[in-house]
Design a protein around this ligand. Structure first.
Ligand SMILES: [Zn+2]
Length: 270
């Protein structure tokens, strides 16, 4: 794990993390570019920048022993590299608010992922240059988004210069939104998707996706079908596909949401 702290002295309350998955280099490229040529001299708050899974990054693999983004909070004494790494990463991040970077083959524009929406998370999603934020509350556990002050941005296509450029723009917008960099925050309308269902592949089949991510699929329409026609998934009620792709993941097709609305109206009242 590489940890860099830039800006004024003090305990960082603003952080960004790349290489949560080793085969998604866009966030690392954004962090390295910021360290090399970013406006670090203008930082008004200390910022912690982390390249998390250097071993997986060097290998070009999603992970070495276990998926880092399934094993939070981790265990400092575990045998698996990523379980130890998760514990060390959380110790480095402390109480900071964190932007995590991921890459996807499912969608070419940046979008957010989160869970347990708070006013702070909603504000950050609105301040980043993205239009969609997928909320995985209750659907996933052990992930970074389950942490109280953590949101992710997904950039794509995985491994491209375009993804790295989008990650950099998101990093700058994030630092402005956190008041770590001067400059106007330009809020963008962001739609919040309440993710409810996980779509899995049947072993041995290959698939064809029939719909677009974040676009409404009416009740009964085909979302995805296997190339042999034996496995067909249809919308039950109106749904919105999220992270859906035929070959982005070994066993997973993606997710569906059952509601979409402006993110500022989605924050639970307390
Ligand atoms: Zn990822």
């Amino acid at each position: 794990m590489r940890v860099e702290t830039v800006g004024p002295d003090g305990t960082p309350e603003v952080a960004a993390v790349g290489a949560i998955h080793g085969d998604e280099p866009a966030g690392v490229r954004a962090i390295e570019r910021f360290l090399a040529e970013g406006p670090t001299e203008h930082l008004r708050r200390p910022v912690r920048l982390v390249v998390a899974n250097e071993r997986a990054l060097a290998a070009g693999e999603r992970f070495v022993d276990a998926d880092l983004n399934r094993v939070f909070p981790g265990d400092a004494d575990a045998a698996a590299h990523e379980r130890r790494l998760a514990a060390r990463l959380l110790a480095e991040l402390g109480d900071a608010f964190v932007l995590g970077f991921h890459s996807t083959v499912s969608f070419n524009e940046p979008f957010g992922t989160l869970a347990d929406l708070t006013p702070e998370k909603a504000r950050l999603m609105g301040a980043l240059p993205l239009s969609h934020a997928a909320d995985f509350t209750g659907v996933v556990e052990g992930r970074s988004v389950n942490l109280p002050r953590f949101v992710n941005v997904e950039v794509g296509p995985q491994g491209t210069d375009a993804a790295a450029d989008d990650a950099y723009e998101c990093l700058l917008a994030y630092l402005r939104a956190m008041d770590a960099l001067p400059g106007e925050v330009e809020p963008t309308p962001t739609t919040h998707y309440r993710v409810t269902d996980l779509l899995e592949k049947e072993p041995g089949r290959t698939y064809r996706v029939a719909v677009e991510n974040f676009e409404r699929v009416p009740d009964g329409d085909v979302i995805v079908r296997s190339r042999d026609g034996e496995h067909v998934v249809r919308a039950e009620g109106d749904v919105w596909p999220v992270l859906l792709s035929a070959d982005g993941h070994e066993s997973l097709l993606g997710y569906t949401a059952n509601a979409a609305r402006p993110i500022e109206t989605a924050v639970p009242s307390r």
